[in-house]
Structure formats: C-alpha cells, structure tokens
Design a binder for this molecule. Structure first.
Ligand SMILES: C[S@@+](CC[C@H](N)C(=O)[O-])C[C@H]1O[C@@H](n2cnc3c(N)ncnc32)[C@H](O)[C@@H]1O
Length: 328
C-alpha cells in the first residue's frame, strides 16, 4: 500500500521534479562549469540528499548547505529533492534507492548508499577506535561531503578539506550562508594532477607525525594513474595506524573492454556532461582485489577491507570497488 501511495505521489510530483532537473542541469552547464566548480560532486551529494529527505541517513548540514549552492540552491533543491522527500514522508515508503545501509549485494541503483555506508563505517572505526585513533581527518577531493560537520561534540580531531579552489569557495560560501560552523575545518586548495597535496596540507597546519584518516571518496577515477600512485606514496609516509578509504572503478569499465562496452560509453557520456573525464581504473584479476594489491605494492600499504557493487554471479562482474587501506 505504501509503495502504491508513493508511486501515485511521485507521478503527481513528476512535472515539478522535471522542472527542478532542468534548472539544475542548466545551472551545471551555465553556472558551475564556467566557474570550474565541480559538477560531478553533485552526483554522490544528490544521493546523500535523497537519503536525508527519505529519513534513512541524516545529513542536516548537507541538506542546509544545498539551499545555498549554485547547483541545488533554492528552487532546484525544492523541486528535485524535497518533492521526493515529501512523497516518502506522506507514504511512509522507503524506496530501496534511498535505503541505508541498503541491500547486499548492492546494485548500481543502491551504489551511493553502499558507498556512503562503507565510508561512514570506516571513518567511525578509524577516528573512534580505542587504540591509536586517528586525530587528523583529511577529506581529499571533498566536494560537498559533510562528514566534518557531523562529528560528535568535543571530538578532538583536526579536519582538513582538500579540493580545487572554485569548488571549495562555493562550499565555504554555502556553509557560511547556511550558518554551519566550519571554523574547525581547514580548507586546502590543490590540484592532485599538478602538485603534491601533502605540501599544501603541511603549509596549512597538517602534522605528518599524527595518526591520520584520509577519506578519498569518488576521486581516483578522475585522475591520471601517476596522481593516484603519488597519493598512495604520500599516505605511506604517515605514521603506523593511519588509514585511507578510497574507491576505484575497474580498468575494464574505464577502457570499455568486454562486457562493459555499452556501460562504459554511457558513463563517459554522463561524465562529459559535467566537462570532466573518467581516466583511471584498477585491473581486477582472478580475485577482484588482485589489481589493487598490485597497485599497493609500491607504497607497501595494506588492503584491510574490500567491498564491491554487485555480485560475482552477475552477468557483468563487479566494476566498482570500495577499499580501506592501512599503514602498518
Ligand atoms: C565526484 S566528486 C566527489 C566529492 C566527494 N568526495 C563526495 O564523495 O561527495 C570528485 C571531487 O574531486 C575533486 N577533484 C577532481 N579532480 C581533482 C584534482 N585533480 N585535484 C583536486 N581535486 C579534484 C572535484 O573537484 C570534486 O569535488
């Protein structure tokens, strides 16, 4: 019954949603891209906003911030996000796309929920474990991530957000306008493809001798391989107990090798809408983690947790991986 009420409401609200989608898309092309504000940052962020309004994964800071961003700001959030939230609230129906932590095996439709849960869990584990917890939290390629604004009160954790200047500036402005406290976060501007972010971090007060958790979510696929390797080598210079959470697409998906020819084309086309490029993927091998283990050999980091979207029984083997990597 709940599903039926939700569907009726969703159909009634569809024109408003489509209008919101048009406004959002226009703003991406005409406002964000010309200013070099990341467009792809809106994709996972949108997924988290839907989980918030569906009541499955609270993200109050993200929700408030959206109102002031050039993409979702004002009317776009209202029409695209709040309408579906209203349908969920009235019907009491939790559509699996908005579920959290979501079903396992997960699917493309529930990939953001699986991804959010994997990284939420690893952040919690590394920052709040009893032995050698991380006291620095670095969000690399932070986009519109809000985990720094959701830490328990009194947590003595130094927070850093690293991204390119236009995206960071849009975010800082939105945080300010939304009245979200962000004095505890140091914003560091960099381009992973051009420079060593660790130097920029250290210039901003980062202490390379403290146990650190690096969240590098949704970024490796946009970089060249050298930038990914350099980052792993920098993480390897941190003290034992430091860890990094990162996700990877498979090389076969990026290169469009069988059986991903069509899917690869569609993904490259979607990302080109944002004027960005998918560039890096990991080899898989007999065990899906073989390629990642190989990549980690140079930096001598250890893969401690590995999950993927989909199942080995699927027609197309898994192509999207989540990993927790630690310095021992
Ligand atoms: C898909 S978004 C992910 C954002 C965020 N981590 C999340 O999961 O919501 C990718 C982010 O990486 C940043 N990024 C991409 N390439 C970068 C580069 N070369 N240097 C610095 N940041 C980069 C983008 O600006 C964007 O904010």
């Amino acid at each position: 019954m709940r599903a039926i009420i939700f569907t009726i409401l969703a159909v009634l609200l569809l024109p408003l949603f489509l209008l919101g989608f048009l406004i959002f898309s226009w703003r991406i092309r005409r406002v964000c891209i010309p200013q070099n504000i990341s467009g792809t940052a809106n994709e996972p962020y949108g997924g988290r906003l839907y989980m918030h309004v569906a009541g499955t994964r609270p993200d109050e800071a993200g929700y408030k911030m959206a109102w002031h961003l050039p993409s979702y700001g004002g009317i776009a959030r209202l029409l695209m996000i709040d309408t579906l939230g209203l349908a969920c609230k009235i019907s009491g129906y939790k559509w699996s796309v908005f579920s959290y932590p979501g079903p396992r095996p997960s699917s493309m439709a529930t990939s953001i929920s699986h991804r959010s849960y994997f990284f939420d869990d690893s952040v919690k584990e590394i920052l709040f474990r009893s032995a050698n917890p991380a006291t620095q939290f670095v969000v690399l390629g932070s986009g519109f991530d809000t985990r720094c604004y959701d830490l328990p009160e009194g947590a003595e954790i130094k927070c850093f957000e690293v991204d390119m200047a236009p995206t960071l500036n849009a975010k800082k402005r939105a945080l300010q306008l939304a009245g979200i406290a962000h004095d505890h976060v140091t914003f560091v501007e960099t381009d992973f493809n051009q420079e060593a972010w660790m130097e920029a971090l250290q210039d901003s007060g980062f202490n390379p001798n403290l146990t650190t958790y690096i969240l590098w979510e949704g970024v490796t696929m946009y970089l060249v391989e050298e930038a990914v390797r350099d980052t792993l080598n920098l993480i390897a210079t941190l003290p034992a107990g430091s860890a990094a959470g990162m996700d990877f697409f498979s090389r076969d998906l990026i290169e469009g090798n069988p059986p991903y020819e069509k899917m690869s084309k569609a993904m490259h086309r979607t990302i080109s809408f944002y004027s960005e490029n998918l560039q890096f993927g990991i080899a898989t091998g007999e065990n899906l983690s073989d390629g990642l283990e190989e990549l980690l050999k140079e930096s001598e980091l250890t893969l401690t947790r590995f999950e993927y979207i989909g199942s080995l029984e699927d027609k197309k083997p898994p192509y999207y991986f989540f990993s927790l990597i630690e310095k021992h």
